[in-house]
Structure formats: C-alpha cells, structure tokens
Design a binder for this molecule. Structure first.
Ligand SMILES: [Zn+2]
Length: 362
C-alpha cells in the first residue's frame, strides 16, 4: 500500500528544509501547505506547535505526532542514497529524527485521501523544540487536543518496536556553598564545599537503582586553586523511574543527602529540583496497543513491547490522558553525522503506522 518512491521522495524534500530547534518556521509553513492540500484544517499554537486535523472518519480522534526540529549540525543537509540506505553527506545529521516520522504521517494522509481508506478522525501534532527537552509538547495546551489515543512516530529500529511506557525524570541543579579560605594559612576558617559534595555523593544511590529506576550525578564543577578551600561546588544530575512513587522517594533521598551533609558541615545549599515529565505505562488491553500489535502481526512483523527509558513527546500526551505509544520510524544512529535511514525499515514502519490507523477506525 505504501508508495515507496513517494515516501522516500517526501523524506528527501523534508530534510532539505533546515529546521534546527527554535528555527522551525519555514518547515512549519511547508507542512501547513501540505496538510491543507490534503484537506486538513491547521492551527498553530502560541508556542509554535502545529496542529492539523482530518475531521472526517469514524470513531474517536487518533493523534499522530512527530517533531519538526532537528539537532545540529543540521543545516544544509544533503541526503544521499547508497545501497538502500539514506545517509547525509557526512557533514550533518540526516534529520531522520524526526522527519522520517513526519514523512510517514504525510504518506498515510495521502493514501487515505487517494484510496478513501477507513480511518478515524486524525489529529496531527508536529511539535517544535523536542530536542531541547520536549519543550514544544511541554508548552502545548493539551486542552486543545481532541484525541483519546495517539501514536508518536519517533524512535529507532525496524518495524515491530513499540514503546509502551516512559519514565518520570527529575533534574537537580545543585549549588553547595562552603566558605573560602587559604588552605595553608587558615584552613580552619574555611568550609570545603568539595568535601560536602563528596560526602553527599556517596550517600546517593547512583546507577541502576532497580529495574525501573536510575539515578545519576553527571557534572561536578567547583574550586579555584590548589591552595584555596573551595567555596562553591555545582552538581548537575537526574533521577528517573517508570514509577512516580519511587521517583518521589529517590528524589527525597538525594535531597536529604544534600541537605543533611551541607548542614553538618555548616555550608549552604541552593537546590533547583525540576520535575521533568510524568511516568506512564499502557496496559496490554489499551486499544492503541492492541491496534499496533495487530498491525504488526497482519504484516508479518514480530511486535515487541518495550519499556521506554527516555523521554518523548508521548510522555506529555500520556500525562494529559491521551494513551500514546511511541513507534519506530526507521531512524538509526540519530544525533550523529552517521545518522541514516534504511529504506526497507522506513517503509515497513510506514506500513505498520498505516495499518494501525486503519485498525483504529470504528
Ligand atoms: Zn526525535
């Protein structure tokens, strides 16, 4: 059903329109033009996210989502096809993250239009600044959306990969203030911020905490000179869990370690604790899971339900009550200049997405 040549052609056109994060306007204009030509209504929210709707169809609205922005180096992308795989020319990323997903959405809409295929009403959301930490989805007014279920086309691998859960993540920006002093002449006048940080760190459960939780302190900065008691240290870290209660507990352990250690040394703590997104896990009997699993089986692909370890726009849709799974669009080696898109995977993922859409028609 998927028109392979057209899908590839669309993709090649899309990646040649620059859209690094924060500079999506030109790409968005092109998408508005294409959606309107396919009979969709379009609107742009205050943050720059594009919402387009195909209002006819039977059943509940189905969300199809991807993001418009790409990471750097992502300007002047020149795609080349070699042995059935699309690459960049090596100077930039390819932009398959996530223009492969966007191209698949366009192909599905084209096929629905040309062949009058059974389908639910469709709500397309293309976000901005996904690569800056899901900023577009975070700032999207979810009350505007009509969808009950959703499909985010934005992960790697061939067809069959279905991400059915996502972790919560908390970010910690920590400043530990001690007191500076000459380390040789008057060390007793100082409070060593580095020592406070070290003691707090050994009290944190870093690494894989359990099968669904992780914790990391990734950056430490501080101190000025060998012979000066360091007055200030910065720590930058995170905790993740697919279980919101566990995350809350994990975060509390980290905060306690910082607060108690700092107090014991007579230092001062400044803590910015950001709750990044909310965990979700779709049950086996969620209609969208069943529709994707069925689509894979109908096409002869082995459906693999995966637990997600990272954030996607799907976290925000699920938090808003739209049951959303993330599926592959074929992208590979993303965020590197070796990024590529195997065309067979790309087409297979498009077939799965199309079948899923058709399965969601009432
Ligand atoms: Zn992406």
């Amino acid at each position: 059903m998927i028109n392979r040549d057209r899908l590839v052609q669309t993709f090649l056109e899309l990646v040649q329109i620059d859209s690094p994060s924060g500079e999506e306007a030109e790409f968005r204009e092109e998408m508005i033009r294409r959606f309107q030509a396919l009979g969709l209504t379009t609107e742009v929210d205050d943050y720059g996210n594009l919402i387009a709707r195909l209002e006819d169809g039977s059943g509940e609205y189905l969300l199809l989502s991807g993001h418009m922005d790409t990471v750097e180096p992502g300007r002047g992308i020149k795609p080349v096809i070699r042995d059935g795989v699309i690459y960049s020319d090596g100077a930039t990323v390819l932009g398959g993250d996530d223009k492969s997903g966007v191209a698949i959405i366009l192909e599905i809409l084209q096929l629905i239009k040309d062949h009058n295929l059974p389908h639910p009403p469709i709500e397309v959301v293309l976000t901005v600044e996904e690569e800056l930490g899901l900023q577009g989805a975070r700032n999207l007014d979810m009350s505007r959306l009509k969808s009950r279920w959703g499909l985010v086309l934005d992960t790697g691998g061939g067809p069959g990969k279905i991400t059915r859960s996502g972790p919560s993540a908390d970010k910690f920006l920590v400043t530990i203030k001690g007191r500076g002093a000459h380390a040789g002449l008057r060390p007793e006048a100082g409070v060593n911020a580095l020592a406070i940080a070290a003691e707090a760190l050994v009290r944190m459960p870093l690494g894989r905490v359990d099968y669904e939780s992780t914790c990391n302190m990734g950056v430490i900065e501080g101190g000025t000179a060998r012979n000066a008691v360091p007055a200030e240290v910065h720590l930058f870290g995170e905790a993740r869990s697919r279980n919101n209660d566990k995350l809350a507990l994990l975060s509390q352990i980290i905060i306690n370690a910082l607060e108690q250690t700092t107090a014991r040394w007579g230092g001062e703590l400044e803590l910015e604790h950001v709750h990044n997104y909310k965990a979700y896990r779709l049950p086996d009997d969620a209609p969208i899971i069943q529709a994707v699993v069925k689509a894979n089986k109908e096409l002869g692909y082995e459906p693999v339900l995966r637990e997600g370890g990272g954030g996607t726009d799907g976290n925000h849709y699920n938090a808003a009550g739209i049951q959303t799974v993330t599926v592959s669009s074929g992208q590979a080696a993303v965020h590197t200049v070796d990024e590529h898109l195997p065309i067979d995977d790309f087409v297979g993922c498009a077939e799965v997405a199309l079948k899923t859409v058709m399965n969601m028609a009432a």
